[in-house]
Design a protein. Structure first.
Length: 202
């Protein structure tokens, strides 16, 4: 004869679970559940000795009272790790350039109260950005570097419309600045005259 199988509902299991560990805060001397303390693997119970409110307050007091010391420590740490920080920032810019451009465009759209839908087209923006070319001039874009004349930027084709996917193009930052001042027709005239001038004097 088969033995009966015992089953327990989730509710019954919860009712028989161990009660949460209670810890006394070393600062305010109050008793709190363990979830009110930040984790710390070096302690016996795996939690910090101060409860979260006391811990935050203590950290804030320390920062306010040691600003010069902390600034000096940050400068020293940055000097020792400058190369690795630069490498990390470069990798981050390459990986997240499309999202960074999209967020900047979203902020401008909010300030100017313009339409915005680029957050629905992040993958498409990444694909266009991966081509590495200015979509107006064909100039090679510097995807990984800091902001400079050939860094990628988002330009509105029709300046009277918002930052919608069908109204934006990825152009180099220098071209975008010029477009913001003169627009495309004037920029073409300047480029044609510059080429003609160089041709006549060479």
């Amino acid at each position: 004869m088969n033995e009966p199988t015992l089953t327990c509902s989730p509710a019954s299991l919860a009712s028989h679970s161990q009660p949460e560990l209670m810890i006394k805060c070393a600062k305010c001397k109050q008793l709190f559940p363990a979830s009110m303390f930040y984790r710390d693997a070096s302690t016996i119970h795996g939690r910090r000795y101060y409860c979260k409110p006391c811990d935050v307050a203590a950290c804030r007091r320390y920062r306010n009272g040691n600003k010069r010391k902390l600034r000096k420590a940050r400068r020293i740490w940055y000097a020792k790790n400058k190369a690795s920080i630069s490498h990390h920032n470069r990798k981050y810019r390459i990986r997240h350039r499309a999202e960074t451009l999209m967020r900047s465009a979203r902020d401008r759209a909010r300030i100017k109260r313009l339409a915005f839908d680029l957050d629905r087209h992040v993958l498409e923006l990444k694909e266009r950005l991966a081509l590495g070319k200015c979509e107006l001039t064909g100039i090679t874009l510097d995807i990984a570097g800091r902001k400079q004349w050939n860094s990628p930027s988002i330009d509105r084709i029709n300046p009277s419309r918002g930052y919608t996917y069908d109204n934006v193009r990825i152009v180099c930052y220098g071209v975008n600045c010029a477009l913001g001042t003169w627009r495309e027709d004037k920029l073409k005239i300047i480029a044609e005259r510059l080429l003609a001038h160089d041709k006549n004097h060479n």
